[in-house]
Design a protein around this ligand. Structure first.
Ligand SMILES: *Cc1c(COP(=O)(O)O)cnc(C)c1O
Length: 349
């Protein structure tokens, strides 16, 4: 029998469509006209709802995508001669085409290695104390990703230790929350506990990967950093004139609680997949599965066979490595099909 080569999407959590709660509010927002450029009622309600959810009077902004959110936020957190400390696998380093450097007019990223995709206080301090002369870009910001690029989590204790190091060297703390909801769900903590209560100054919270069509929220807990931020967004082409169509789906996620249940589901699916894959002969876990992605190493022939059967997944993480990402609409049926195909692929490899 010919293998079924229908594309099967597990490459990222942005291959999924729009979740019902986001769609319902999007349609609702389309029922009547409203003011432009964020002066509408949806944007105000969504921003207030973020402040309630985080239990903090933060400044809230909406942009189209994560690269813009990270780049503009980091630009607001330092000056052109500053540097941003991040992990060597950080999205801002590997996947934003120099956006953070561009929008900050030249601030440099300084990268640190670290097990499981995580920065350590020691790694941060090594970069800060390496040089103190005027020829080195002055460290000003730490950027960490929660959940990380390799699907792991910083514990609250790890975050507190990083904050202590930040205080020691007068650094600001940025969180790339492309999978922030997954981290809250997996750690079973509130958004407040995972951000301002451990000293995060600014958070980029992804709606796209949580079930929206597009749109990220930027939350400044340190409101000194958001001065004139609206101008920065406008200049960068990130001020949506119909902002209500980003804000309304966000409100849908927040009011229904889907921001968290979507993440809980995605995390549970990743757990299910990891349990089904790891232990098959030839499959090894590359990183612990703590949020919504599964990283395994596979024989190259098995990777080729899975691709031939239509599975989409990334193999960027080094030779033999494969990343599978689950989302709000991943089903156990899909994952069972993958696990069965994996068994076949391994027996042929
Ligand atoms: C997806 C992602 C982003 C945002 O990417 P865009 O494609 O610009 O929306 C940022 N950080 C991490 C860790 C991501 O996985």
């Amino acid at each position: 029998m010919e293998p079924d080569c229908t594309p099967r999407y597990l490459a990222s959590d942005n291959t999924s469509g729009i979740c019902p709660e986001a769609m319902e509010y999007l349609l609702e927002a389309n029922r009547s006209d409203d003011l432009a450029y964020g002066n509408d009622s949806w944007t105000e309600r969504a921003a207030d709802r973020f402040r309630e959810l985080f239990d903090y009077d933060c400044d809230v902004f909406f942009v189209f995508n994560g690269t813009a959110a990270n780049s503009l936020t980091l630009a607001a957190m330092g000056r052109s001669y500053h540097s941003v400390i991040c992990h060597e696998l950080a999205h801002i380093e590997t996947d934003e085409c120099g956006g953070p450097e561009f929008f900050s007019n030249g601030a440099k990223l300084l990268t640190s290695p670290g097990e499981h995709g995580k920065l350590t206080p020691e790694g941060i301090e090594a970069l800060v104390t390496k040089r103190s002369d005027i020829h080195y870009p002055k460290p000003r910001v730490i950027s960490l990703t929660q959940a990380t690029e390799v699907g792991t989590l910083y514990s609250l204790d790890e975050l507190r230790a990083i904050r202590a190091m930040a205080d020691k060297h007068d650094l600001r703390l940025h969180m790339d929350g492309a999978r922030f909801a997954n981290a809250c769900a997996a750690l079973n903590v509130s958004p407040a506990e995972l951000t301002w209560q451990v000293g995060i100054d600014a958070l980029c919270f992804s709606g796209t990967k949580n079930g929206m069509a597009m749109g990220e929220a930027i939350l400044f807990f340190n409101r000194e950093l958001s001065e004139d931020f609206a101008y920065r967004c406008k200049q960068a082409g990130q001020l949506a004139s119909k902002m209500r169509f980003i804000a309304a789906p966000w409100l849908g996620l927040l009011e229904s609680g889907a921001w968290r249940t979507n993440a809980e589901h995605a995390n549970a699916m990743a757990r299910y997949l990891a349990d089904g894959l790891i232990g098959l002969p030839g499959v090894e876990a590359m990183f612990p599965t703590q949020a919504n992605s599964v990283f395994v190493s596979l024989p190259p022939a098995a990777i080729a066979e899975l691709k031939a059967r239509g599975w989409t997944f990334y193999t960027f993480i080094g030779a033999g490595g494969a990343r599978f990402v689950c989302s709000w609409n991943t089903t156990t049926e899909l994952l069972d099909t993958l696990i069965n195909d994996m068994r076949d692929a391994l027996s042929q490899a």
